[in-house]
Design a protein around this ligand. Structure first.
Ligand SMILES: NC(=O)c1ccc[n+]([C@@H]2O[C@H](COP(=O)([O-])OP(=O)(O)OC[C@H]3O[C@@H](n4cnc5c(N)ncnc54)[C@H](O)[C@@H]3O)[C@@H](O)[C@H]2O)c1
Length: 351
C-alpha cells in the first residue's frame, strides 16, 4: 500500500514509518517539523526508494491537497498533532489549530482525493488518538476504558484530540469517508522526545539531576512500548472494520512512582551511581493542574477481533529504552537545547 503518514518525524509516527517501510509499504511522510520533530528518527529509511518526505503544515489546505494529488495514497495514517499536555496548559492555541483545524483540513483533503479516485472501498483514513479523551478513572482495577466509554476530556490537549475524533466520525457518517480510529495509552521507547516523563527521568538521572515526580506520584498510566503500538496501528489499518474504533493498551498499569523506581533499578544495574541509587534523586514537585488520576485500557476488541498482543512487558520495554538512550547520546543531546526542554511547563501560572 502507499501510505500518507502525517507526523512521521515525531516519536510514534517515525516508529510507524520505519515499520511500514520494513513491511514493504510505500510511505509519504508529511510533517511540518515542529520543535517535537526530528528527521534523525527516520534516517534509517530516508534513502529507501519507497520513502518520500514532504515538509507541509496540516493546516495548509492547498499544500495538503497538492500532496494528495502528487502521491495518490491508498490510505492515510494521521498522527501529526501537538502532543504535550504541559505545553497545552501554557499555550492551548496551537493545540486547537493543529489538532482540530488541522484534522479538519486533512479530512477535507482526504475526502476530495477519495472522491476523485472513485470512492475506493479499501481507502482508509486512520486517525490516531489517545485514551486521554476518556478522562480520568477511579482506582478500582476492574474499571477500564472501552470503546464505548463516554468522552470526558479534561486538558486542552485531550479536549483537542476529542474534538478531532468527533470530526473523523462525522466525516464517516456524513460523507461516507472510510475511517478507522484508535485510542492508545501512554507510549514509551526509543526516539521519545526528551520532555516526556520517561526520557526526562533517564537523562536527568544520567546527569545527576533531580528526578521530578508530579504530586505524590500516585497517578497511574497504562504503558505501551512504541514499536508494539506501531504494529497495532498497521494491523488496524489493514484489517480494522470501516467506521470502527479500537482501544490499544499494554495492560501495564504502573503509578508514576513505580515506573520511575523501575527505571532507577535498571540504571543502577547498567551504570551504577557512585554513592547510592538513582532513586535517591527522586523529587516530588507541584502537581499538574487537572492531573488525571488513572488511565487504563481494556484492549479486548483489538485482541479478539484482530488477534493483537503487545510483544514486551513494561520491564523488558523499559530496559530496551534505557539501553537505547545510553547508546544514542548523539540523538538526544542536541534536543535538550530546544525551546522549553528541561523547563517546568504547564503549572497554569502563565496567562
Ligand atoms: N505519545 C503518546 O504516548 C501518545 C499516546 C496515544 C496517542 N498519541 C497520539 O499519537 C500521535 C503522535 O504522538 P507523538 O507522541 O508521536 O507526538 P510527537 O509530538 O512526538 O510528534 C508529533 C509530530 O507531528 C508533527 N506536527 C505537529 N504539528 C504539525 C502540523 N501542524 N502539521 C504537520 N505536522 C505537525 C511534529 O512536527 C511531530 O513530528 C498524536 O496524534 C498523539 O495525540 C500519543
Amino acid at each position: 500500500m502507499k501510505l500518507l503518514i502525517t507526523g512521521g518525524a515525531g516519536f510514534i509516527g517515525s516508529a510507524v514509518v520505519r515499520l511500514a517501510i520494513a513491511r514493504g509499504h510505500e510511505v509519504v511522510n508529511l510533517d511540518a517539523l515542529t520543535y517535537a520533530a526530528c528527521l534523525d528518527n527516520v534516517a534509517s529509511v530516508a534513502d529507501n526508494p519507497r520513502y518520500a518526505f514532504e515538509r507541509i503544515d496540516i493546516r495548509d489546505r492547498a499544500a495538503v491537497e497538492g500532496c494528495f494529488a502528487r502521491h495518490r495514497p491508498d490510505a492515510v495514517m494521521h498522527l501529526a498533532a501537538e502532543s504535550h499536555v504541559d505545553r497545552s496548559i501554557d499555550g492551548p492555541a496551537d493545540f486547537i489549530e493543529t489538532n482540530i483545524v488541522g484534522t479538519f483540513t486533512m479530512l477535507e483533503a482526504a475526502r476530495g482525493h477519495w472522491q476523485r479516485e472513485g470512492r475506493p472501498e479499501g481507502f482508509r483514513f486512520h486517525h490516531i488518538s489517545t485514551d486521554e479523551v476518556f478522562g480520568s478513572l477511579p482506582a478500582d482495577p476492574a474499571v477500564k476504558f472501552t470503546e464505548d466509554t463516554a468522552y470526558d476530556p479534561r486538558s486542552p490537549y485531550s479536549a483537542s484530540k476529542a474534538g478531532s475524533d468527533h470530526l473523523v466520525r462525522a466525516w464517516h457518517e456524513t460523507y461516507g469517508l472510510p475511517v478507522v480510529l484508535t485510542n492508545c495509552s501512554n507510549n514509551y521507547g526509543p526516539f521519545h522526545f526528551p520532555e516526556k516523563l520517561i526520557p526526562v527521568v533517564i537523562l536527568n538521572a544520567l546527569a545527576g539531576k533531580p528526578l521530578p515526580i508530579y504530586g505524590d506520584g500516585s497517578n497511574v498510566r497504562d504503558w505501551l512500548y512504541v514499536e508494539d503500538h506501531a504494529d497495532a496501528l498497521l494491523l488496524v489499518l489493514e484489517r480494522g472494520q470501516n467506521g470502527r474504533s479500537y482501544n490499544i493498551g499494554g495492560e501495564n498499569e504502573r503509578s508514576n512512582l513505580q515506573l520511575v523506581r523501575t527505571i532507577c533499578g535498571i540504571l543502577d544495574r547498567l551504570v551504577p551511581r557512585p554513592g547510592g541509587s538513582y532513586a535517591d534523586l527522586i523529587t516530588f514537585v507541584t502537581d499538574r493542574p487537572g492531573h488525571d488520576a488513572r488511565y487504563a485500557i481494556d484492549p479486548s476488541r483489538i485482541r479478539q477481533e484482530l488477534g493483537w498482543r503487545p510483544s514486551v512487558t513494561v520491564e523488558e520495554g523499559l530496559e530496551r529504552t534505557v539501553r537505547w538512550y545510553l547508546d544514542n547520546e548523539a540523538w538526544w543531546r542536541p534536543l535538550l537545547e530546544r525551546r522549553g526542554v528541561g523547563q517546568r511547563l504547564g503549572t497554569g501560572d502563565k496567562a
